[in-house]
Design a protein around this ligand. Structure first.
Ligand SMILES: [Zn+2]
Length: 372
């Protein structure tokens, strides 16, 4: 938020507090009796003449004591899923394991906090990982400047809780994204409709936050888990999201992707993902499904811990992200030396069922599905 918006923000916050608490009313009454002067930021930043300043002062008296700059407007959520709350200025909400920052104009459900907590819990259960860690946090990303005009001071600057940033879709090619400190999403991603596909991006980006807060294995691992979350959650929660099918059904994937290439050279194709971003999703979801099926959910914590140990011992947080051989070695150390050969066999024997299960699910939900 820019400086000139600040006075409006403060005044609105103060008026809300004054209207709702007896304690603040007392503050307001006291202020009436004392000589209160407008903070210089209000008069100078709005560029008012002295005459106008006097007018502003007159109109806003009695004015309560100004609140500190870091008391940003907070969102009040009713808890009722039928309520819609439109945020009239950049505002935030503090949840148990997250901060929600909403851009001016964003509409939220009254039950947004409960829905967020529920899905975060589902993701933690799926991978046996916890959001509640900041051991791996290296510092906040510049989302305040990018999307919020620099608002919110140092709220949750240490990223002890996940920052969920909800913005209006600018329709300029901006996409949702996630990182260990933040998930940036659009308003529609947090509608949490029971019967529509509005949660997919939320599952996806929050999985990035969950995974990266625990350790950095590789992009293929990160995107693989994010797409696997889509797959698992769509089935569990009966969200018939069509685009997920293209990730999991062999023959529907885009580009020149061929599952046969992975089967014939699983380790070489893993390394190839480092230069082929789209392959990270397609290889990744298959590899994550294999790990889940073969080793169970506890493998994800083991891998993240091993990656974290490596990066701290070598003082290079992106070591495994930069060098496929290092992440291959860490994966083998947590599983077995022939894990990629196992993966290859599993891809031929077990994977097709995953794609078919998802296709059948879509069909059962009345979705028209074209299969090769
Ligand atoms: Zn992703």
């Amino acid at each position: 938020m820019k400086a000139f918006k600040l006075p409006v923000t403060l005044l609105l916050v103060i008026s809300v507090i004054a209207a709702s608490t007896s304690c603040s009313k007392q503050v307001a009454e006291e202020t009436e009796e004392t000589e209160w002067s407008m903070p210089s930021v209000i008069t100078t930043s709005e560029g008012n003449s002295e005459e106008e300043e006097a007018q502003v002062e007159e109109e806003t008296v009695p004015t309560p004591t100004p609140v500190p700059e870091d008391e940003w407007p907070q969102i009040e959520l009713s808890g009722n899923k039928d309520d819609r709350i439109t945020v009239t200025q950049n505002s935030y909400y503090e949840g148990e394991d997250f901060f929600l920052f909403a851009e001016e104009g964003v509409t939220l459900r009254g039950s947004a906090a409960e829905d967020i907590e529920r899905i975060m819990g589902e993701l933690e259960d799926l991978y046996d990982l916890s959001f509640d860690t900041n051991d791996h946090i290296t510092g906040d990303i510049n989302w305040r400047e990018l999307y919020m005009d620099g608002d919110f001071g140092d709220i949750n600057n240490d990223c002890y809780k996940v920052n969920i940033v909800v913005i209006n879709d600018p329709h300029d090619g901006t996409v949702q994204w996630g990182h260990e400190t933040v998930a940036v999403l659009f308003e529609q991603d947090l509608m949490f409709e029971d019967d529509e596909n509005t949660d997919i991006a939320f599952y996806h980006e929050m999985t990035h936050a969950l995974q990266l807060r625990n350790g950095r294995v590789s992009n293929v691992f990160s995107e693989g888990m994010a797409v696997y979350s889509q797959y698992a959650m769509c089935l569990n929660d009966e969200y018939p999201n069509y685009s997920t099918l293209c990730y999991v059904y062999d023959g529907l994937a885009w580009g020149d992707f061929s599952v046969e290439d992975i089967i014939s050279d699983p380790e070489g194709e893993y390394a190839k993902t480092y230069d082929d971003y789209e392959l990270t999703y397609l290889y990744g979801v298959r590899f994550v499904a294999f790990l889940m099926d073969t080793y169970g959910p506890e493998i994800f914590g083991r891998l993240c811990d091993a990656a974290y140990d490596y990066e701290t011992q070598n003082n290079d947080i992106y070591a495994l992200h930069d060098d496929p051989q290092l992440s291959i070695d860490v994966i083998k150390s947590c599983t077995s030396d022939d894990v990629f050969e196992q993966f290859s066999v599993w891809l031929s024997e077990s994977w097709p069922e995953y794609g078919q299960t998802y296709a059948d699910f879509l069909i059962s939900q009345g979705v028209e599905v074209w299969l090769p």
